[in-house]
Design a protein around this ligand. Sequence first.
Ligand SMILES: [Fe+2]
Length: 376
Amino acid sequence: MKPFFFTVVLCLTTLFGFPTASSYALTDSGITIGPYIQRLTARAATVLIRTDESETLACFYRKVGAQKWKSLTDSAASTTHRYRLTQLKKGISYEYYIGTADNRLTQTYTFHTKHTVTANDPLSVAVVGDFGELTANQLSVVTQMMAWQPDMLLTTGDNAYDSGTLDEFRVNLFNPYQPLLAELSVYPSLGNHDIETENGTPYISLFELPVKRSGTERYYSFKYDVARFIALDSNSDYVPGSAQYTWLENELAETDEQWTVVYFHHPPFSSGEHGSTSDMQDSLVPLFEEYDVDLVLSGHDHNYERNVKINDVVYVVTGGGGKSLREQENENPYSAVFQSDYHFVGLVMTGKELKLKAIDTRGFVFDSITLDSTDR
Ligand SMILES: [Fe+2]
């Protein structure tokens, strides 16, 4: 019951200064992945955890400051454990841990249900891409993201190198990101490396994504108060007539939030190593323009690049999450800022403003723009 990865995590947390797991002997816990949060709404959250042996566990949770713990217990012994916490209250902090009646397996973690977005309490979103390889630079980026304290995390794909196996997700994503993923919800998108194993089956099995509107976890949509977020699968067919294109057009037509942010792996406009994706310019870009998408985020090229507004749409490449960096290698007449640096993108959103910041491994903001919703 001494999974290798906990040794790795503990060594790395010592090296890179992660918040350490209080007093629990994690090496003896039998936990292989997690705990991590998914589908966090104003009223509910899913807590997931995997163990190396089949057992019956429970999730103990309460509002921060409450006296009594509530609990949800597995219906049968298993190595995969899922708890859907419901009847939560909006904009409130909750704490939880996993264990049994007389044995805690994890430290206590805290998460916040979705809140009403105001000028004083904006929505903060971290975005990262091309990171899942357990590099020192990946860990430096995570450390900065944690210091930034986002409400949620989006990814622009290539979440687990080299071929998206379950073990690669465990070692390269869920271990190094564990302190972050235990306290907020990640909404990933599929990179080309993520689908190399059984067309993304490990990815699909690990994430619990909002499929209510799309019917698939490969592309999906959700809102957070003032903003609609749409994750696409740029590995799958997206040209007119495809299921994904038809779904996206309907989704964009129905969207009435102040902001629409679309994100996926392959960039429509890029001067990085892979360059622009021309069939995307022919198919998806006209949709983004017709339905007033504000911001399109992609990865795949291992750098940061912001384009000038193209027919009122901002396109940003954020692929510097940890995998080896690449240089500017292709023509892109729209390129405004290109930087080959490890980083994440932070969005700070209210009903009126969307601020985008590119933040490097020292916490330095090396690029920023502000969009005003009244300009549209
Ligand atoms: Fe990629």
